[in-house]
Design a protein around this ligand. Structure first.
Ligand SMILES: Cc1cc2nc3c(=O)[nH]c(=O)nc-3n(C[C@H](O)[C@H](O)[C@H](O)COP(=O)(O)OP(=O)(O)OC[C@H]3O[C@@H](n4cnc5c(N)ncnc54)[C@H](O)[C@@H]3O)c2cc1C
Length: 412
């Protein structure tokens, strides 16, 4: 039966969920406290990595955390003022890095991401969205053998879970990306992925499709959620909204909304940065390339080459520190010598992350009228369309394409 549904959060997860629910015949309103795509979905590296399965908490990560965390410009850092706040999350994260836990998380991550490309192609079929998504591979490159060898645990997980990739040498890397400096002797490559040429325009176009098909968009900041047996009321400074069902897809800000319903979910944010280079640089690469040694991605985008990187634990309120991403420019130039490194814009965003690298997909423990869909960490663009499918299946009471137990809100 058609229901009145409100989706909170107009990032990629909310927009994909809204489109899928609308396709099921529901009356859908997408709400966001700002304009569409104001969160992490705006500034990512734009890679849709089919079958991506390597969780952030990998065996040995504790040593990386200890080595890097208080160095301000390292790929991973913790602001000292946030240390005690993030400590419980970090302890869970380290627990998830045990070999057995990492293997289990990889299986559950891949269960979702193996449907990434097929779900995106289904979602964008016969819409204007096709102009924002292209076929691409996912290439990681390394200069030194030791750095490449250090990826053996990640590659083993990929093999164990059935994620296909090719190991490349210098010549094959050059064939794929002729403009890269000839310093990369090792790499691995996943074919059959996609890239988003402009994530912000993609999400805006998803909202436009929703509206063209009769859905609604409201700028509305949700301050509190109240539930009864039959409906959900959202209260905000702009008044109240009611619906039969609500989907919480507010990215890194979802924790406080879930808490109001009694669900204490260990969601925190791994902040990340990007820096955009002149438009003339966008043709220098065919697809996103990861510099595995320096932990950054160069993504050719409509607006110019986008350099994205960093995991910073500093919570939702601390001011950005753009020196982090700027410090990578010399390495980007070394990687791609023709790069014009004149900064056009700079950005910081909030990856919504759980310690096990899995999203939360499930109903609130106190109301079957509120469904959570958040926590997609480094892979929200990858998992956007498949999450929409799952959300619509769960609301309809159908069996989703994967077993939902690993993503339950109460799994911690
Ligand atoms: C540097 C960087 C690079 C990345 N690269 C990739 C990549 O290449 N591939 C990939 O798959 N993923 C990537 N990601 C991760 C991806 O961007 C995120 O996982 C994804 O965007 C999360 O989407 P979301 O819709 O859950 O959250 P968001 O996009 O953050 O959207 C949440 C929305 O909720 C709204 N909101 C919050 N609170 C409220 C409230 N109370 N009321 C109303 N609205 C509210 C916000 O305004 C926001 O618009 C990257 C992330 C970063 C930071």
């Amino acid at each position: 039966m058609a229901k009145k549904i409100i989706v909170v959060g107009a990032g990629v997860i909310g927009a994909a969920s809204a489109m899928a629910l609308q396709a099921d015949g529901h009356e859908v309103t997408l709400v966001d406290r700002a304009e569409p795509c104001a969160g992490a979905s705006f500034g990512n590296a734009g890679a849709i990595v089919n079958g991506s399965c390597v969780p952030t908490a990998m065996p040995g990560i504790i040593f990386d955390v200890m080595r890097m965390c208080f160095q301000p410009l390292s790929p991973l850092s913790i602001r000292p003022a946030y240390f005690y706040k993030i400590l419980p999350w970090l302890m869970r994260f380290v627990w998830q890095s045990r070999s057995a836990a990492a293997s289990k998380n990889a299986i559950h991550l891949r269960a979702l991401t193996q449907h990434a490309v097929e779900s995106w192609l289904q979602l964008i079929d016969k819409t204007t969205l096709t102009s924002f998504i292209e076929e691409a591979g996912w290439l990681k490159v390394y200069e030194r053998e030791a750095s490449f060898s250090a990826t053996h645990k990640a590659r083993k997980l990929m093999i164990d879970t059935g994620t296909k990739f090719d190991v490349l040498g210098r010549a094959e890397i050059h064939d794929l990306e002729p403009n890269l400096a000839p310093i990369f002797n090792y790499g691995y490559y996943q074919k059959d992925c996609l890239r988003i040429v402009n994530p912000q325009k993609l999400v805006q176009a998803m909202v436009d499709v929703l509206l063209a098909r009769g859905g609604a968009y409201k700028q509305f900041g949700v301050e509190s959620i109240q539930t009864t047996a039959s409906e959900v009321t959202l209260l905000g400074s702009a008044g109240t909204l009611t619906a039969d069902k609500v989907v919480v897809a507010a990215g890194a800000w979802s924790r406080s909304l879930a808490k109001q319903l009694g669900d204490n979910i260990p969601l925190d944010t791994e902040r990340g940065y990007h820096l955009v280079l002149p438009e003339s640089t966008r043709g220098l690469l065919n697809a996103p390339v990861v510099n595995g040694e320096s932990s950054f991605v160069l993504s050719p985008m409509e607006t110019g080459m986008r350099l994205s990187s960093q995991v910073e634990f500093a919570g939702l309120d601390a001011a950005p520190d753009y020196s982090r991403v700027r410090s990578l420019l010399p390495m980007a130039k070394r990687m791609l010598p023709m790069l014009d490194v004149e900064e056009q814009s700079v950005w910081m965003g909030f990856r919504p992350s759980l310690p096990d690298s899995l999203p939360v997909l499930g109903f609130s423990s106190t109301s079957k009228n509120v469904l959570y869909a958040f926590g997609h960490q480094h892979l929200g663009m990858t998992m956007g369309a498949v999450t929409g499918r799952i959300v619509s299946d769960m609301i309809a009471g159908r069996n989703p394409i994967v077993n939902m137990a690993p993503y339950r809100p109460d799994r911690f």
